[in-house]
Design a protein around this ligand. Structure first.
Ligand code: F6P
Length: 502
């Protein structure tokens, strides 16, 4: 694989100093060439590639049998070998898997959704006005993003809140606003062993005064029941769905409570359309594949260390935070699937923020800093408000920034030179709807998987998060008593300082 990535080097050498406007001018169709997939439009014209580099990248995908790998994913092959599991998030929304494993997963997902809809109907018929989703990582970020993004289509029946951080201030601040008699709490944890969720869950269970309005979503049903959630209020999850890929399951309970069961089905339908596309479209026209190839190009070809996601839509302000987990927990790996060392870079640091606010904070570094930072700009053509002047200004800024990044500006004063050559992809949604958001998120999921195939790594495990959890568990007694066997000397000194102040 790394030999194949090394094959990008001559193209990178040819293009490293190329000017993006010259690349655009060299091909009369390039500016308007785009991929259109359902509600998504994606334009890669301002990436630093030419026809030869694009062909080399697509050849890379062909040689790595990306199409076969995508089929294997959807069919439920064991794509997560270190945990000996498939990753069947596609079965949560599509019936495209051609195996008993995938069909069985889909049937379980449909049954769980039916059960979730019954619980929603019960809650809708109750006095409950507020829902608190208690979870962290994949049990928080996806539902939080979608609920925030789709506020315009919310039914308005419930106010939905999220509690994730183990910092007690978060719980304290939240429950100050709420009435326990009118609040239902959903504990979302695939493992039901996550420290943050269990501690916050205990606070909220006590605050509710019992388990009557306590719900859970978990792959560990016995643990949820042992915690005090009645069996009939526990919705299932499965080990064949990764936490960061799980918003389409009952982990999306909060989403369905916010936007209704129809809205939730529309979200799944949007993702399902992307599943069909990624399986069927030729590599050259395959949006997640092309997105992934441009990430690979910027990382391994041109050597750029980070990647920014810049939604020009306030409703997608949480998208960068969501993608940080999806992308960096999936692709932050340094060994191959079989455990052997790899000799090429993997995930770029993903970061970002909503425009236009970001223009007034970190864009200076994007324009004139010493690192080139490739960007995904995401915009919405039709807004859901009536402030036409604002929307025109938003789009003008989006277009201006992509142009300035790519083309730069040469002036006499070195302080005022914009070097340009900052590549970006523009993704445009017609409107922000459940369908388009579902398609957008699924696009990123598939892009991540394709990147993992090209890098030869496992996108579905996350062993790197375990060490800190283990050490934190061991430090709890030392923080309480000041004593702990074999403490690291720096940690021991810090504990002394903390305890002196506490
Ligand atoms: O610590 C990382 C992680 O395991 C994530 O992968 C996961 O999304 C999150 O913790 C929460 O896990 P759970 O849903 O099991 O509480």
């Amino acid at each position: 694989m790394s030999a194949a990535l090394a094959g990008l080097a001559p193209h990178a050498a040819r293009l490293a100093a190329a000017r993006i406007p010259d690349l655009v001018a060299a091909d009369s169709e390039r500016a308007a060439r785009a991929l259109r997939v359902g509600p998504l439009y994606a334009n890669f014209a301002r990436q630093k590639t030419d026809a030869e580099a694009a062909a080399a990248l697509t050849a890379l995908a062909r040689e790595a049998d990306v199409a076969g790998a995508l089929r294997a994913l959807v069919d439920g092959a064991m794509v997560n070998p270190s945990e000996r599991r498939p990753a069947l998030h596609t079965a949560l929304r599509s019936d495209l898997g051609d195996s008993d494993t995938a069909r069985d997963a889909h049937a379980q997902a449909v049954a769980a959704r039916a059960r979730m809809l019954e619980l929603i109907a019960e809650l809708e018929a109750s006095e409950v006005t507020d829902i608190v989703n208690v979870g962290i990582g994949g049990s928080d970020l996806g539902p939080r993003l979608v609920v925030d993004a789709l506020g315009d289509v919310a039914t308005g029946r419930f106010r939905v809140h999220f509690l994730s951080n183990v910092d007690g201030s978060a719980a304290q601040r939240l429950i100050r606003e709420l009435d326990p008699a009118r609040t239902a709490v959903v504990l979302v944890s695939k493992s039901f062993g996550t420290q943050e969720t269990l501690l916050n869950g205990r606070i909220l269970k006590d605050w509710l005064g019992g388990g009557e309005r306590l719900y859970a979503v978990s792959a560990n049903v016995p643990k949820a029941e042992a915690f005090g959630v009645a069996a009939e209020r526990v919705l299932p999850m499965w080990d064949w769905v990764g936490g960061r890929y799980s918003l389409w399951s009952a982990v999306g309970f909060a989403i369905a409570l916010a936007i209704g069961s129809d809205g939730f089905e529309r979200l799944l339908a949007g993702a399902a359309s992307m599943d069909a596309h990624v399986l069927e479209a030729p590599l050259e026209e395959n949006l997640p594949v092309q997105h992934a190839l441009h990430v690979i190009w910027n990382r391994n070809g041109l050597g750029y260390p980070t990647h920014a996601v810049l939604p020009y839509d306030e409703r997608l302000a949480l998208l960068p935070a969501y993608l940080q987990q999806l992308v960096m927990e999936s692709l932050g790996k340094r060994v191959a699937r079989d455990g052997s060392a790899i000799d090429h870079a993997t995930v770029p640091v993903l970061w970002g923020g909503a425009g236009t606010n970001s223009q007034h904070s970190f864009f200076q570094a994007l324009h004139q800093g010493t690192d080139v930072i490739p960007c995904d700009f995401i915009g919405t053509a039709v807004p859901a408000h009536d402030y036409a002047d604002n929307h025109r200004a938003l789009l003008a800024n989006l277009l201006a920034q992509t142009e300035a990044f790519a083309n730069g500006a040469d002036v006499d004063d070195p302080q005022k030179v914009y070097p340009g050559g900052r590549p970006s992809t523009l993704i445009l949604l017609e409107t922000l709807s459940p369908e388009s958001l579902g398609a957008l998120i699924a696009m990123y999921e598939h892009s991540v998987y394709v990147q993992s195939v090209l890098w030869g790594i496992n996108a579905f495990d996350q062993w790197g998060v375990e060490l800190g959890k283990k050490i934190a568990g061991e430090l709890l007694p030392a923080l309480e008593s000041g004593e702990g066997a074999q403490l690291d000397p720096v940690t021991a000194a810090l504990i002394v300082e903390i305890r002196r102040r506490g």
